[in-house]
Design a protein around this ligand. Sequence first.
Ligand code: MIC
Ligand code: SF4
Length: 642
Amino acid sequence: MGRNLTQKIISDHLVSGEMTPGAEINLRIDQTLTQDATGTMAYLQWMAMGLDRVQTELSVSYVDHNTLQMGFQNPDDHQFLRTVAARYGVIYSPPGTGICHQLHLENFAKPGRTLIGSDSHTPTAGGVGSLAMGAGGLSVALAMAGEPYTIPMPKVFQIVLNGQLRDWAGAKDIILHILGLLSVKGGVGAVLEYTGPGVAGLTVPERATITNMGAELGATSSVFPSDEQTRDFLERMGRPEDFAPLAADSDATYDRVIEVDLDALEPLAARPHMPDLVVPIRELDGLTVDQVAVGSCTNSSYTDLKTTALVLRDKIVAPTTDLLIAPGSKQVLKLLNREGLLEVLLDSGARLLECSCGPCIGMGGSPTSGGVSLRTFNRNFEGRSGTQDGQVYLVGPATAAHAAMQGRITAPATWGPAPEKPLLPGSVPSIKQLFIMPPPRETASSVEICCGPNIVPLEDFTALPDQVHAQVLIVLGDNITTDHILPGGAAVTALRSNLPAISTYIFNRVDPDFVNRAQKAEIGIIVGGDNYGQGSSREHAALGPRHLGVRIVLAKSFARIHKANLINFGILPLIFTDPADHDKITLGQNIELTCASLFTSPKTALNLDDGSKISVRHDLTPKELEIIKVGGLLNLVKARKK
Ligand code: MIC
Ligand code: SF4
């Protein structure tokens, strides 16, 4: 029987396990990436493993999230990351070089390779046919140690693209359309594999926009075949030797088939405050726009910024609107400069930001109180922009540029004829010299690792007691994001290397009394709804609660990366047997659980202090149970080394 592309890459990298959806598989990982906000923790964990040199084909440490350097904490992090990279054989990308996913796509991603990254948008590399997945920092550290990466074998959804994009519709509208169809949890447990006649017409930057936002569907990964577009892109990037053709067999089968008619697509937006609240732009006609931001790992390629520039050529941004532009990499910036487009953007009144994540994670660029912000980004969760009541709409670059010019959203029918699709120029400037290559193994051992005072080694975590008496610390609804659990923004993100300090921010935007309650209770339990922990890969959303004594999260269902992070740090993810029981639990209630029973049966009962019982279950593998029992994966790794 024919195989789809996902199955081919998985079987090429399968170390053990059965390729049956849901069964545990272990994959050999070729490449890893980290970014600064998750990287310090990842490398602290790597160092705790006591190894000498990374074992992967390629590992890169990018600094792109927090580059503000307000105070010593953040530059100390960068210095730590630079010295760790040199010491252990990792390539270092200094602050200002660009956003990890854009840089990885341009410089390192290869068709058919596996990549895990301590960032949820790592699947961007699926645009060149890598099987790329977001993971917690500890999982990435283990992959750097040469350990296989464990995931449940994903289902594979075939997304058949028919026809071609027309008028002002762009790649962002394809993925927004799919988000509208499937919802923010519609991709959980699946890889989205793109096929069909519409694929050939999409360039790699367009494909990368689509695979990037597969993360918003909760998908394990998203992947495009490697074809003539891929060859063309890799040639322009100066690395033709990295091309390899790759496609599904013609008789491949899939777990689900979703057809998308590209001819019928029009510019779309995701309304506040979820990426799946998708509406046509024409329905937002007339909405006043206070801020427009173009950039992020979703839409910061040269072609995205060229689209923006073509709309703004000889035009001026509306006086009531602030236009921010963050190019995805220095290569993009150099190209814009070389092609005369930087001048177009600057002359229009756009503000040029550093090549970094910037406003996407609240590093400056927050909108006004209650202000409407149109962003070419991938997440519009409440408060993520840094303005709690900011109204963030996710759009493509063409919509963003028109709104910046008009100061309001206008119907695409009034925009006039769309320009020809922008393409990368034939020759592209290299920025390879900006990556700091690690010294050879023989000299690397003499590199001194600089560890500033805000960098606190990870504490030891205790094993799970057989019997847990816990207090309900918070009861939450569906789709709680990791931004709810631990906000981004400059002030909080500067503390990513200091667990005791950052833990004081857990749930602070949702319930400012949470930390206080958690500190008083000896052991805590968090109660969530469906898709608990969607969004980022930040381990701190598991580590913080663990530091505050949380040992159980009971939810209707979990997002993949966050669930793995909970397990990695010894927090038990339990599921309601009957989701309706969620409403029976109240804040402050005490519960009792015989954890020992979970090791013999996946079902058990929670005893509530009003005398009632609630049936709960887990879907953990024997290995995951063992990790939780000993108090976390690092404990297990250390125990095995002894
Ligand atoms: C995000 O987009 O939410 C982030 C910031 O890139 C996170 C990582 C982090 O919190 O450091 C992600 O997507 O994993
Ligand atoms: Fe950076 Fe935003 Fe992309 Fe996260 S989603 S990696 S914060 S640009």
